[in-house]
Structures are given as structure tokens and as C-alpha cells.
Design a protein around this ligand. Structure first.
Ligand code: SOE
Length: 390
């Protein structure tokens, strides 16, 4: 079996998720398309890099990502850093001929995303942007129902991504609230996941009409780049600095195929944790998914008699997408790591076949163009067309 060496940049929550996925993927997807070898992990802080190599099972560590990319032994570059350095790293990695898995959102701006996409095309590498939730077997099952025509003609899509980790004004001003590091707030961080879901399930965006708001306009300054996602609270007398990104983002979508959508994203919704939902209505039925109950897909069909009609629950298992390779009994439980393992399986399969992975840098770039249109629409209070690419 062909082995490929992975260099991973970052040592936070996402680095852990990716490291577990590299280790676990071949245990589910055997024979693996290629055997990933966890070679080098990179963090700016030497102690963190060294400890992360031990903890996450990498053979070596580095503090300079350029050195890792220059290493001819490395085949795959995995970017798990804050958003502001994705472009520089990805362009260097593409020029060095490495395949790239990049965390979302792909870039700070659509211009950066375009340059990343062009560098990937010019150097004929395989890319993937880590929109992992479309990998959930229940979401793949939803896609199957839609493709088989079980919903008839699609009418509308209602999506949400709600969390509450930033609802407390004393949760610190991490990089996720600073535009020069994150690009946008709830929109880029979580809204883009549901944008990806809509594109995957329904089709391309034509135009949007959006509203954004910043509810907590300043937050306590934190030391270092630690991303505690609200688990560490500062005292109320800590120095505060302004937040310059959106806390809440809500928009209507007109799709090219005529489907209408609404999407809401916020990290300030008390009581909601990872509440990624969609409900899709068609002329012949409806589907409902909630990631907090990710083994379930709710389905309802018009053809059911009046006295039987209503949502019923399909629990995903071996008969469903990826189910054969995962667990042998429905509802044993899909977790975040399974979605990441499937993601890495699909990425490495594309690398092995010399094809493009989905969602790749082209999709990431389109998502950035959609984000631009959303922010522009929120600024101008008007319907705004999404720029198209070839
Ligand atoms: C924080 O909102 C976050 O870590 C996102 O950045 C991830 O993409 C999401 O999957 C979980 O929440």
C-alpha cells in the first residue's frame, strides 16, 4: 500500500481532529486509498510543537512551516491555522507540488481564495476545504433522496448553524473576533458550513439578501493565540478591545435553479451547541436534519395517506452512505471524528486517483464569493448577485 507523509500546521482543536482522523481512517476504510503517515507537526511555539508531536503521534516537529513545506519527504500539507495565514501557506505548498487539505473558511478574502485556487490549478495538485458536515451519513442520505427525486421538485431550504460559546460578553477576544485574522465572524466561521450544505444539497447561489449584526461590540483581550471557544472567561475588569466582525448573520438566498433558501448563523444563541439544521421542502415531500441528532434523518412524503402523514425517522447505519465501513448497527453513533475520517478518506482517495476532491479549492473560492455578496448585501440592504466563475 502506498504511503504518503503528512505535514500538519497548527496544534489546536482542529489539529487534534485531523490527527485522529489520519490515524483512524484506515481502520474504517480498509484498504485505505493511501496510508497517511503523520510525519511533521508545526507550531510557532517550540514547546507546543514538541508536545503536540508526542500527543498526536507525529514523527517530527517544526516551528517554521516553510521548512516543513521544503521537505521533499512531505506529500500532503494540512492547514489547521487561523484563517489569515491559509493563503500564504497554501500557495507555497501548491508551488512545492504538495496536495492540500485546508480548514475552512478557505481564506480571508475572495481575492486570496482565487489566488489559492489558481496556484492549485497551475501545479495540478489535489485540494480539499474542510467542510466536514456534508460527510455526515444522514446528510449524504438526504442527498440520495433528493437525487432520486423522492422530494419531487425542490421548493425551499431553511438552514441554521447556531452555537452559544460566544454569547457571554466575558468570553475573550480570540482571533475569531478580529477581522484581520478571521475575515468575518459567525458568517465565515460557521455560516460557511451551511452555505456548503446548501450548495451540496440544492445547487448554486444566484443572489442573496443579508443582515449582519454585532451584539457584543468589545471583548476582554486575551494573552496569546489560545482559542478557548468560550471555555475560559475573563473577569469583567480585564482590558477590552473592539470586535470588528459579525455575531449574527442571516440571509435569504435565491438559487440558480429557482429554489429559495434562508440561512441563520450565530455563536450567541444560548442553549444551542452545534445546532446545524436544514429542512428542505419539495413538491412530493420534506427532509429535516439536526446535527445534534446526527444519526437521524426525518423524512415525510406527500404520497403517504392523510391518516399516516408526518415525519418519520430513518437512523443511519450499514445500509446508508459510508455505513458499510463505519459501524454494524444503525444509531451506534456517528461523531465529529467520523465526519473527519470520511473527509480524509475522500481527500486521500482523490489524491490516489489524481482527481479533484470535493469540496476543493474551487468550491472554497465560490463560498468566499458568496460570503462577499452576503457582506455587501448586509452593507447596502439590497439583493446582491453572487459573482460567478468559469
Ligand atoms: C467554532 O465555531 C467551531 O470550532 C468552528 O470553527 C468549526 O468549523 C465548527 O465545526 C465547530 O465550531
Amino acid at each position: 500500500m502506498r504511503e504518503m507523509k503528512v505535514g500538519l500546521i497548527g496544534a489546536g482543536f482542529m489539529a487534534k481532529a485531523h490527527a485522529i482522523a489520519y490515524a483512524g481512517m484506515p481502520m474504517f476504510f480498509w484498504p485505505a486509498p493511501v496510508m497517511p503517515i503523520k510525519q511533521t507537526i508545526v507550531d510557532l511555539n517550540e514547546e507546543t510543537a514538541k508536545e503536540s508531536a508526542k500527543k498526536l503521534g507525529f514523527a517530527a516537529y517544526e516551528t517554521d512551516w516553510r521548512k516543513m513545506i521544503e521537505d521533499p519527504e512531505i506529500d500532503i500539507v494540512d492547514i489547521c491555522t487561523p484563517n489569515n495565514v491559509h493563503a500564504e501557506i497554501a500557495i507555497a505548498a501548491a508551488k512545492a507540488g504538495k496536495h492540500i487539505l485546508c480548514e475552512k473558511p478557505m481564506a480571508l478574502t475572495s481575492q486570496q481564495a482565487k489566488e489559492m485556487y489558481q496556484a492549485a490549478k497551475e501545479n495540478q495538485i489535489t485540494t480539499m476545504v474542510a467542510f466536514n458536515y456534508r460527510r455526515t451519513p444522514a446528510v449524504q442520505l438526504a442527498k440520495k433522496y433528493i437525487e432520486e427525486g423522492a422530494l419531487g421538485e425542490l421548493l425551499d431550504f431553511r438552514g441554521t448553524y447556531l452555537q452559544d460559546w460566544s454569547a457571554d460578553p466575558n468570553s475573550p477576544l480570540s482571533w475569531r473576533f478580529q477581522k484581520n485574522i478571521c475575515g468575518s465572524g459567525a458568517l465565515g466561521d460557521i455560516g460557511t458550513h451551511i452555505v456548503d450544505m446548501l450548495r451540496f444539497l440544492v445547487g448554486e447561489f444566484a443572489s442573496v439578501n443579508a443582515r449582519t449584526a454585532t451584539y457584543i461590540t468589545e471583548r476582554p483581550v486575551q494573552s496569546g493565540l489560545v482559542d478557548s471557544l468560550g471555555t475560559v472567561k475573563s473577569s469583567s475588569d480585564t482590558l477590552k478591545k473592539p470586535v470588528d466582525v459579525d455575531d449574527h448573520c442571516c440571509f435569504m438566498v435565491q438559487c440558480k435553479n429557482g429554489v429559495f433558501g434562508t440561512i441563520e448563523a450565530t455563536r450567541n444563541a444560548w442553549g444551542r451547541n452545534n445546532y446545524i439544521t436544514f429542512e428542505i421542502h419539495g413538491t412530493e415531500g420534506s427532509l429535516f436534519f439536526n446535527y445534534e441528532r446526527r444519526d437521524e434523518l426525518k423524512v415525510c412524503f406527500a404520497k403517504d395517506g392523510d391518516d399516516r402523514r408526518g415525519f418519520r425517522t430513518v437512523y443511519t447505519g450499514p445500509s446508508h452512505p459510508y455505513g458499510n465501513q463505519l459501524w454494524p448497527i444503525p444509531a451506534l453513533g456517528i461523531g465529529y471524528t467520523e465526519t473527519k475520517m470520511i473527509e480524509i478518506y475522500e481527500f486521500l482517495k482523490a489524491v490516489a486517483d489524481g482527481t479533484q476532491a470535493e469540496p476543493g479549492f474551487r468550491d472554497g473560492y465560490i463560498t468566499e464569493l458568496i460570503s462577499d455578496a452576503i457582506l455587501e448585501s448586509a452593507r447596502t440592504h439590497t439583493w446582491t448577485d453572487v459573482q460567478t466563475i468559469d
